[in-house]
Design a protein around this ligand. Structure first.
Ligand code: MG
Length: 337
């Protein structure tokens, strides 16, 4: 338990001695002052639980000391008991209350009354200290709670990211591709706007894995994915890994000509990576076949038609020799470059 400091103020040493002897008990530390000025000086250095203040003192009297204390932020809540030998007239008592006394004790002091009154204020002080401690603990708990909340939000963000992205390449995963594609389809249907889809397949990827091993195979996938992501510049475009070595790009508000342009840049940028591929019959480097298709949806729930068209274009690009782009409606117009 914290020591309760009690300030006793009296101009007469014998009164200070009396007060001090009455206050002598464990848990109480007495600080003495023999003038108002000295009392105010002590206020700066200590946090008092209680002040026993003589009213009649030469120079600054008890009322003045009390008023000055009440005007100060640090001391205005410290309880004051005036100790006075003055008449017990009401006016005197009121004056004391106006200057901030919370109680009166009259000389000669009755030990029993003195101890019981002082005891009440010491108890109050301990309650106040305990409350302050609880309040501090509560503040600390709040800080911890806020930190936990932040961690939780971060974890949730990470979980969300994990649930929608492909762990290896960081592109959208198949599930999120389906969700986005369905969303864009409905939007295009509502707005009667064109929607394009590009599907990409790495040529002879099984041979690549067989030649260089799966670790290199994964590195190759990451590089190709990065090239796709770098090719697609608009925020609305979505690049996904939809199978082992299969990728797809959703291009909202894009007609076939635009999709063909992106498809060709994709093919070009993958070739520019110049990843050696000894197992490929069509190139020294890793290449991709690309299928593009475009549609202005006329039915609300016919998403498969565009996917099938893009797949068919990809199939044609593969059949025609790979490392090329084909589109569904304009067969192999782009051709191999
Ligand atoms: Mg006096």
């Amino acid at each position: 338990m914290r020591i309760a400091k009690v300030l006793i103020v009296d101009d007469r040493p014998e009164n200070l001695l009396t007060l001090e002897s009455l206050l002598e008990q464990p848990g109480i530390e007495v600080v003495r002052a023999n003038s108002g000025e000295e009392a105010l000086g002590h206020m700066l250095d200590h946090d008092f639980a209680l002040i026993l203040l003589d009213v009649q003192m030469p120079g600054m009297d008890g009322y003045e000391v009390a008023e000055l204390m009440r005007g100060n932020r640090k001391t205005k809540h410290i309880p004051i008991i005036f100790v006075t030998a003055e008449g017990k007239g009401k006016a005197q008592v009121f004056k004391g209350y106006e200057s901030g006394a919370v109680d009166y004790l009259f000389k000669p002091l009755d030990a029993h009354i003195f101890k019981s009154k002082v005891g009440v204020f010491i108890d109050l002080f301990h309650h106040k200290v305990a409350l302050e401690q609880k309040s501090l603990e509560l503040d600390q708990k709040l800080v911890e709670l806020e930190e936990l909340q932040q961690q939780l939000e971060q974890t949730n963000e990470q979980l969300l990211l994990l649930s929608i992205t492909d762990g290896l390449t960081g592109l959208l995963n198949k599930r999120q591709f389906n969700a986005n594609f369905s969303h864009e389809w409905k939007r295009a249907y509502r707005n009667k706007s064109p929607l394009s889809l590009i599907v990409i397949d790495i040529d002879y990827f099984k041979a690549y894995n067989d030649t260089y091993g799966h670790t290199k195979g994964d590195e190759c996938l990451v590089q190709v994915a990065q090239a796709l992501a770098d090719t697609v510049k608009r925020d609305v475009d979505r690049t996904a890994r939809v199978g082992g070595e299969e990728f797809a790009i959703i291009l909202p508000d894009t007609e076939l000509a635009g999709a063909q342009h992106v498809a060709e840049r994709v093919r070009d940028n993958v070739e520019l990576l110049a990843i050696q591929h000894k197992g490929s019959p069509v190139s020294e480097h890793v290449t991709v076949s690309v299928g593009a298709a475009s549609i202005i949806p006329t039915q609300k729930e016919d998403t498969l038609s565009l996917i099938k068209a893009a797949d068919a274009a990809l199939y044609k690009a593969k059949g025609d020799g790979r490392n090329m782009c084909c589109s569904a409606t304009l067969e192999c117009e782009l051709g191999a470059v």
